[in-house]
Design a protein. Structure first.
Lengths: 373, 121
């Protein structure tokens, strides 16, 4: 985490956020918009229309060379040899014990090389590790001359159709390079809201023009980090520093999809013994989705109790869900208490309130998936 | 109506008072989605946290602007928490208290002093 005494950085869109009336807050060392009009309205707008997010604080990097796959696989549980050009995968940066140091989106835009998007709060650490752990013929390059926008929601595709129609051919978790405003944009069909949408990496020099252009569409409104958090929570997506950190493994965090069978069989994953032991039943806690059935919202740090009052674990994120009209949370409980339908109590301000384990995601996602052949 | 630096208000009638949060506080919180009001009979000391107002993003304590015994609470806010945004200094009142130390009222700001205070924030 950046020291609070270091001056805050800004994205190239800072002046535009302020001009739009955003409330700016410090986040991961950046001065970022937490809301423009209001979190509730911004959340609902993204679910119904299209929300535009400045996520330029996130880290971007490129890995190229014949050994780029080897470099990435040494640090993650993901099979990158099978990541074909034009696709992307969710991955995790692991420490030597299999603890999670960050979560990444790794794309393979073209034949040679990978494009990484990493958490703002972790990027200095991640890039240091990557630079130190380069294997053989790998070239690692931090991409700090590009900004990143996310356009999310059911109408995102209509806007993209007008701005960069070629990008609409992408399905969920696909990516490519496209001409946009006379420059090369790297666009992927992904996001952090559970909606269909795009992430658009463009040179800093044109991000202001692109931001302004996207906001000319009636369907598009700017959305702050406040709604970004409530949207990702409804989508059941973990947030680094909340649902995961170096103390959790991917088995505990219920992020097994970041690990491929091939890697497990090969046994060359950091912390493999611990991961195997947990997969074989030696698991003390696991991330679950919780619906609050009564009382106040349960937020990060609230105790999770059994119906009888025994302490089971802790809430890692919680929010009154704007889409559902009740409060939702994620947290950790022992596997014996993790089955869907298990009745729990959540302790808020010293009082226990009824809750139950439910399925993830809380809100059905709207991804534009490739039809099964 | 009198005000605190923590952005609560008090409206006194005889020996009882309504208390709530100011328009400034309601606006700073954003959309209120949950309000926890105190139970009648609760004895409040000035400065105690006696209610909680929650937005999507955060939970905020509300502090007693004066000492008193809670004689009524605005239970309509459980079904309509957004009343706090729509009418923070009216229908969005939180509790009614019987004052136990009316002299404390002298320590609070009047509207002009509160407005002047807001302009320094």
């Amino acid at each position: 985490m950046p020291d609070s005494s270091t001056p805050l950085k800004s994205t190239p869109l800072y002046d535009r956020h302020v001009a739009l009336g955003a409330r700016m807050v410090p986040f991961a060392g950046y001065n970022m918009p937490v809301q423009y009009g209001g979190v509730l309205a911004e959340h609902k707008w993204t679910r119904e229309s299209a929300g535009l997010f400045d996520v330029s604080h996130m880290g971007q990097a490129r890995l190229t060379g014949a050994d780029a796959v080897a470099t990435l696989e040494a640090l993650t549980p993901t099979d990158f040899a099978t990541l074909v050009p034009g696709k992307q995968k969710y991955s995790l940066l692991l420490n030597g014990e299999g603890g999670i140091l960050d979560d990444w989106m790794v794309s393979r835009p073209e034949g040679d090389g990978f494009f990484l998007v990493v958490n703002a709060a972790c990027k200095d650490q991640d890039f240091e590790i990557l630079a130190d752990e380069i294997i053989g013929d790998t070239h690692f390059e931090v991409v700090d001359d590009r900004a990143l926008l996310a356009l999310q929601g059911p109408k995102a595709k209509d806007v993209m159709q007008a701005v960069c129609p070629a990008a609409c051919k992408l399905y969920f978790m696909e990516c490519g390079s496209f001409d946009l405003l006379g420059q090369t944009a790297f666009i992927s069909r992904t996001g952090y809201t559970g909606e269909d949408g795009f992430e658009i990496s463009v040179p800093n020099a044109i991000v202001g023009e692109l931001w302004d252009l996207l906001l000319t569409f009636d369907a598009v409104k700017p959305i702050g980090l406040g709604a970004r958090d409530s949207l990702r929570l409804e989508a059941g997506m973990p947030l680094y520093g909340h649902e995961m950190d170096a103390g959790y493994t991917l088995v505990e965090a219920n992020l097994g999809f970041a690990m491929q069978k091939s890697r497990l069989n090969r046994g060359d994953i950091r912390g493999i013994d611990r991961i195997r032991q947990q997969l074989d039943g030696g698991l003390d806690r696991v991330r679950v989705a919780i619906r609050v059935l009564e009382g106040p919202p349960a937020r990060e740090g609230a105790k999770i109790l059994s119906e009888g009052g025994a302490e089971l674990g802790i809430v890692t994120s919680g929010v009154p869900s704007p889409s559902l009209g009740y409060s939702i949370a994620m947290g950790y409980v022992p596997p014996a208490s993790s089955d869907v339908g298990t009745k729990l109590k959540l302790e808020v301000r010293g009082k226990p309130y009824a809750a139950e384990v439910v399925t993830l995601p809380f809100v059905k996602n709207g991804y534009h998936r490739k039809p099964k052949a | 109506m009198k005000f605190t630096k923590d952005h609560e208000w008090v409206e006194v009638t005889g020996d009882t008072a309504l208390v709530g949060i100011t328009a400034y506080a309601a606006n700073a919180l954003g959309d209120v989605v949950f309000v926890e009001v105190p139970a009648p009979g609760t004895a409040l000391k000035k400065g105690d946290s006696f209610a909680v107002v929650e937005s999507v993003k955060a939970a905020s304590d509300v502090y007693a602007p004066v000492s008193g015994d809670v004689i009524d609470a605005n239970t309509d806010l459980s079904a309509n928490p957004d009343t706090v945004n729509a009418s923070p200094e009216g229908a969005g009142w939180i509790a009614k208290v019987k004052l136990t130390n009316p002299a404390e009222l002298d320590e609070l700001m009047d509207r002009d002093a509160y407005e002047a205070y807001l302009s320094t924030l």
